[in-house]
Design a protein. Structure first.
Lengths: 184, 135
C-alpha cells in the first residue's frame, strides 16, 4: 500500500528559516511541497521519510535564500495491482460504487467489476449482492474490501484561456485514480 | 525535481504509522521547547498526517509491534508465500479462510485446506487483533 521513493530536488531555504536547524528547515520545505500531493505516474506522497544527502547551500545573486540540492526519500501511497485494501463506500450510482479511505477519495468500482449477481436498486440508490438466499446491501459508509485492478494518472496541465469560454472553473479529472473490483 | 528511484522498497502499514507517530512526537517536543511558531507546519502536511493516522489507527497495524511482525515472519517462513502476500497478510490480518483466499493467489492449488488453517492459526497467534470499531 505504501512504498518508499527516492528523489533529488533543489530546496530553497529563505533567510527567515536560517534560525532553524538545517535538517528541520529542509524537512519543512520538502513536506510543504510534497505532502498530500500526487506526483505524476508515481502516486500520492504522504511525508518525508529521511534525508540522505545534502549539498552545501548556495546563495544566488539578488536574494538571500540558500539553494540546496537534497536527496531524500518519501513515503508514497501507491497500492500495487492485485493488492487487497479496505475502505468505505462514499456514494453509489448506476455506473458503480465510489470508495474512499480517510486520506484518498478517488477509488471506483465499476458495475462490471462487482460480484456476479449484484443488482442496482434504483429506488434506494444502492447496490445489492444477491448471494443465494441472502441479500447484502452495500450502503453508504459501509466498510468494503477491494482489489486494485487499474490505475490512471492525469497530468494537470493548465487550460489555454481561449478554451475556458467565459467560465473560470474547468472540470478537472482527478490526478490519480484507482479502479478496483470486489475480491472473490 | 527528479525521481531517482520510484520504488526503493515497500513499507508495511505498521512502519508508516510508527514514522508518523514519531514525527508528531518530535513536533510536539519542538512546540513545548521553543513555542508554537516554530512548530507550525504546512497545512497539507497536517491534513495528510491526521488522515493517514486515523486510517491506520483503525486498521490491524494499530496494535502491532516490531517483535510481533518478526515473530510472525519467522513462524510463517515454513509456507512458500510471496513477499506481496506476506505484506498484505500483515496489513490486513485475515482471520477467515475467505479473507485469506482474497489475498493469496491460486490458494486452492498452492495450499491444502489444512495448510490454510495453519496459516490462519499463525496469524492469530502472532499478530494482535485490530482495535474495536468505534465509529
Amino acid at each position: 500500500m505504501f512504498i518508499l521513493s527516492s528523489f533529488s530536488d533543489l530546496v530553497i531555504v529563505d533567510p527567515e528559516d536560517f534560525s532553524k536547524r538545517t535538517v528541520d528547515a529542509l524537512e519543512d520545505q520538502i513536506n510543504a511541497k510534497y505532502a498530500n500531493k500526487v506526483v505524476y505516474n508515481l502516486g500520492l506522497c504522504i511525508t518525508l521519510y529521511d534525508i540522505q544527502r545534502v549539498t552545501e547551500g548556495m546563495i544566488s545573486h539578488g536574494s538571500g535564500s540558500a539553494h540546496v540540492t537534497v536527496e531524500f526519500r518519501l513515503v508514497v501511497f501507491r497500492p500495487f495491482k492485485g493488492e487487497v485494501l479496505t475502505g468505505r463506500i462514499s456514494s453509489s450510482s448506476r455506473h458503480g460504487i465510489n470508495v474512499r479511505t480517510d486520506f484518498f477519495d478517488e477509488i471506483f468500482i465499476p458495475a462490471t467489476y462487482l460480484f456476479e449477481g449484484t443488482t442496482y436498486d434504483v429506488k434506494e440508490n444502492v447496490w445489492v449482492w444477491n448471494n443465494e438466499e441472502n441479500k447484502f446491501y452495500m450502503d453508504k459508509n459501509e466498510v468494503i474490501r477491494f482489489r486494485v485492478e487499474e490505475e490512471t494518472f492525469e497530468d494537470q496541465l493548465p487550460v489555454p484561456p481561449h478554451l475556458l469560454e467565459g467560465s473560470r472553473e474547468v472540470e478537472r479529472k482527478p490526478p490519480y485514480r484507482i479502479i478496483v473490483s470486489s475480491p472473490g | 525535481m527528479k525521481i531517482l528511484n520510484p520504488r526503493v522498497g515497500m513499507l508495511s502499514n505498521h512502519e508508516v504509522l510508527t514514522h508518523i507517530t514519531a514525527m508528531k512526537a518530535r513536533y510536539l517536543e519542538v512546540h513545548q521547547r521553543v513555542g508554537g511558531v516554530n512548530a507550525m507546519k504546512a497545512e497539507n502536511l497536517e491534513t495528510v498526517m491526521k488522515e493517514v493516522r486515523d486510517y491506520l489507527l483503525a486498521s490491524p497495524c494499530a496494535n502491532q509491534t516490531d517483535e510481533n511482525i518478526q515473530a510472525f515472519m519467522r513462524a510463517v517462513s515454513a509456507y512458500p508465500l510471496e513477499k506481496g502476500e506476506l505484506l498484505q497478510i500483515i496489513n490486513e490480518r485475515p482471520t477467515t479462510v475467505a479473507e485469506l483466499d482474497c489475498i493469496i493467489e491460486e490458494m486452492d492449488a498452492r495450499f491444502s485446506d489444512d495448510q490454510g488453517q495453519d496459516i490462519l492459526a499463525v496469524v492469530v497467534q502472532h499478530l494482535p487483533p485490530r482495535p474495536k470499531e468505534e465509529r
